[in-house]
Design a protein around this ligand. Structure first.
Ligand code: IFM
Length: 499
């Protein structure tokens, strides 16, 4: 059985600058907040110094993207490369993105350019909690759109605002590493403002293009049906999802957020008259990244035997300040299929997300701008990389999207995260999300079984369901890893060899 997608459905893959480019200290780039942070807090010292060396191998990588037959390729520009001091344009950096955009067009791929994907220039004092950062972003967006606006068909302003602001400014688990919720409220607002300013730049310099924002979307569900847990999940959903989609699609923050005792003061101190008009300027689509759902209970129930029993391990919960402040706590659900990133694939959540967004915000055009699975993929002795779990994962999520489209959701496209294995931020190179395997010792690219599977989906504009993954995607007994050295070790050797 196959599930056909609407004619003209846009298939693509996605990447982001810092996670693949490398050449971090070259060609005029200045450090982003991630460079030093990962040296101290990264896994095995994995950093973006070399990453996939996409900066030098981009032609080969675009050939791979084209081989998939997909219509679009989502990538991000590095602000630190384009405007290293925040004010002056680095022509060499901008030239790189010109080459990339032209290279995509030469290969028949629509460039889907994300202006900002987590790699804030390190010299921007105060980061996103400082309003001036949004104004600097406006300059950067002007430069990008003035230079590339005649060729980029799809712009995405800012990626995963909620996640970056709360993890980086309230939980201290991403750079800049703050633990201050007021700063997170400000950071989120300034990222939203940057989005609005980015939309203005696109309308001015790239009028034929489409523009949207990319929001992470992890539907929040109650871990039990106790009324207190149901209420806590609803609040957490508003504070993590509607807090982004409300301002962008309706020009206002959800009342429950704006008036919440834990948020109201910081928000009032941050928002300036006119901001929400800019933030709520019309977009052409909304980009949603879906990976998992969040399971939430009322914070004062974490020791209740009912909650202790549903958590896995029993009694455990994720101690997140920003949830605690709004009376919620997150637990991991029981699951046989926890990923290496410690979340559980729940394909049913993607249909739920699409149906809910459509119900809450009307029939807004949607692109799934990221969806994918981390695995410890390796090349077998025959050189093949078999990833049947990823095929199953993609198939089940695409089936969910198909269901949502049939139910009235206006989904226009789907981008697999990711084209290439890449640097998964603090989790390092071990978490492989790519359709293409990257051997970090040699930087050799090997399309995985999922690459061929996805190419067939694109060619058919349809997803095969109801039968097992292809035989050539299944592991064989001789599948022995060829690379056992930690990625960081080989990357360090490479840098030393080059100097
Ligand atoms: O790798 C990240 C990406 O940078 C942002 N969205 C989630 C992906 C997987 O964790």
């Amino acid at each position: 059985m196959t599930l056909s997608f609407p004619p003209g459905f846009l298939w693509g893959t996605a990447t982001a600058a810092y996670q693949i480019e490398g050449a971090a200290a070259a060609y005029g780039r200045s450090p982003s907040i991630w460079d030093d942070y990962l040296r101290e807090h990264g896994t095995h010292g994995d950093t973006g110094d070399v990453a996939c060396d996409h900066y030098h191998r981009w032609q080969h990588d675009l050939d791979l993207a084209a081989r998939l037959g997909a219509g679009a390729y989502r990538f991000s520009a590095s602000w630190s490369r384009v405007m290293p001091d925040g004010r002056t344009v680095n022509r060499e950096g901008l030239d790189f993105y010109e080459r990339l955009v032209d290279g995509l067009l030469d290969r028949g791929l629509t460039p889907a350019l994300t202006m900002y994907h987590m790699d804030l220039p390190a010299h921007l004092d105060g980061g996103w909690s400082n309003r001036d950062t949004a104004l600097r972003f406006a300059d950067y967006a002007q430069v990008l759109t003035e230079t590339l606006g005649d060729r980029v068909g799809m712009w995405m302003t800012v990626n995963e605002l909620y996640y970056e602001s709360w993890v980086g400014y309230a939980e201290g688990a991403f750079p800049p590493g703050h633990r201050d919720s007021a700063k997170a409220v400000a950071a989120l607002h300034h990222m939203l403002l940057a989005h609005g300013l980015g939309v203005s730049a696109v309308r001015e310099h790239s009028p034929a293009a489409e523009v949207g924002l990319v929001s992470g979307y992890a539907p929040v569900v109650p871990a039990t049906d106790h009324p207190a847990d149901v209420a806590a999940a609803s609040t957490a959903h508003t504070h993590s999802i509607d807090v982004v989609l409300g301002p962008v699609l309706q020009g206002r923050y959800p009342q429950e957020y704006a008036e919440h005792p834990a948020r109201a003061e910081a928000l009032a101190a941050t928002v300036v008259d006119g901001d929400l008009d800019l933030i709520g300027a019309e977009v052409d689509f909304i980009g949603l990244n879906y990976y998992f759902r969040r399971h939430v209970v009322a914070a004062d129930r974490v020791t209740d035997p009912e909650v202790v029993a549903v958590a896995d391990p029993p009694g455990d919960f994720l101690n997140l300040t920003h949830l605690k402040e709004i009376g919620a706590a997150e637990v991991r659900p029981r699951s046989r299929h926890r990923t290496m990133a410690d979340w559980t694939p729940e394909p049913e959540g993607i249909a739920q997300m699409l149906t809910d967004v459509t119900a809450d915000y009307g029939p807004v055009p949607i692109h799934i701008t990221e969806n994918g699975l981390p695995l410890p993929d390796y090349a077998g002795t025959d050189g093949a990389v078999r990833d049947p779990e990823r095929i199953t994962y993609l198939r089940d999520h695409l089936a969910g999207i198909h269901t949502a489209i049939a139910g009235g959701a206006d989904v226009r496209g789907y981008f697999v995260w990711s084209l290439l294995d890449n640097l998964e931020w603090t989790s390092g190179f071990g978490h492989r999300f790519g359709l293409v395997h990257v051997d970090y010792a040699t930087l050799t690219r090997t399309p995985k079984a999922s690459f061929d599977w996805y190419a067939q989906v694109v060619a058919d504009n349809a997803v095969p369901t109801g039968h097992p993954v292809p035989a050539n995607a299944l592991p064989t007994t001789d599948s022995i890893p060829t690379t056992t050295r930690p990625a960081a070790e080989s990357q360090r050797e490479m840098i030393q060899g080059a100097s």
